[in-house]
Write a protein that binds this ligand. Structure first.
Ligand SMILES: *Cc1c(COP(=O)(O)O)cnc(C)c1O
Length: 237
């Protein structure tokens, strides 16, 4: 018997509610089910359990899987949302823009330029999160805050009319040290409020942080989206 996705989702949603009672940030939390490496049938099972937000790392895999998923739910009046959460090469941006609703892993200005270019052609507006490097041993995300400020200024001047910057994303360091994990999440939360003050016209509302091992801490630190794979779908092969 494979993982019981329905039960796992129920348990995690309960734990999210419980963690929320311990948070002083009064936020709502959305669960992003990370289905990377898992088959489309697992996604369909999750949809059966009323899970509609999904995250994928790789554009090619996401494209193939979600084409089948979308075909399977066609005509059923079900709306799913797909977020790209993995490092994105510029030559994959076109396809990413075609298939997803949000790119959470925007980690450089050149990527923003490419997303704008592709979305202009598609006549589509893309939601993006800026991925911020907050933990010592994680590799991804902006490390230079000056670049983040300059980019936000450009957004505020409407330099990228086909992009809406709606949040920040981070990955905590892989460690058992809860203090370091918490620090990583609080750093992201503090940066968000700083950006909200500096650029009040930008709709930066989401904090995407927390995975299977650390989402309860993330929620206590103000997460509005947690990205959970293993705890829902089981170990990846
Ligand atoms: C794989 C992945 C997740 C989910 O990780 P789990 O530990 O399986 O919950 C979350 N965020 C990103 C960016 C990922 O690559």
């Amino acid at each position: 018997m494979s993982e019981n996705i329905c039960e796992n989702l129920k348990r995690i949603n309960d734990e999210i509610s419980l963690a929320l009672t311990k948070s002083k940030y009064n936020q709502n939390v959305k669960l992003c089910a990370v289905s990377k490496f898992h088959p489309y049938t697992d996604v369909l099972n999750a949809i059966e359990s009323n899970q509609f937000l999904f995250g994928e790392n790789r554009v090619q895999e996401a494209s193939e899987k979600f084409n089948v998923v979308r075909d399977s739910i066609q005509g059923k009046n079900i709306n799913i949302e797909l977020h790209i959460i993995g490092q994105l090469q510029s030559n994959k941006v076109k396809k990413a823009c075609e298939i997803c609703d949000c790119i959470e892993s925007v980690d450089r200005t050149s990527l923003v330029e490419e997303i704008e270019k592709q979305c202009t052609k598609l006549n589509k507006t893309m939601k993006v999160f800026l991925e911020i490097h907050t933990g010592e041993d994680s590799k991804s995300g902006f490390t230079d805050l000056e670049e983040v400020y300059a980019l936000c200024s450009s957004f505020a001047e409407n330099k990228y009319p086909h992009i809406t910057v709606c949040g920040l994303m981070t990955m905590a360091p892989f460690t058992d040290d809860e203090k370091l994990i918490r620090k990583s999440f609080s750093t992201l939360r503090e940066l968000k409020s700083e950006l909200n003050t500096k650029y009040p016209s930008l709709p930066i509302t989401e904090l995407s942080m927390g995975m299977s091992g650390d989402y309860k801490i993330a929620i206590e630190e103000g997460a509005t989206i947690v990205r959970i794979g293993t705890a829902i779908f089981g170990e990846r092969k």
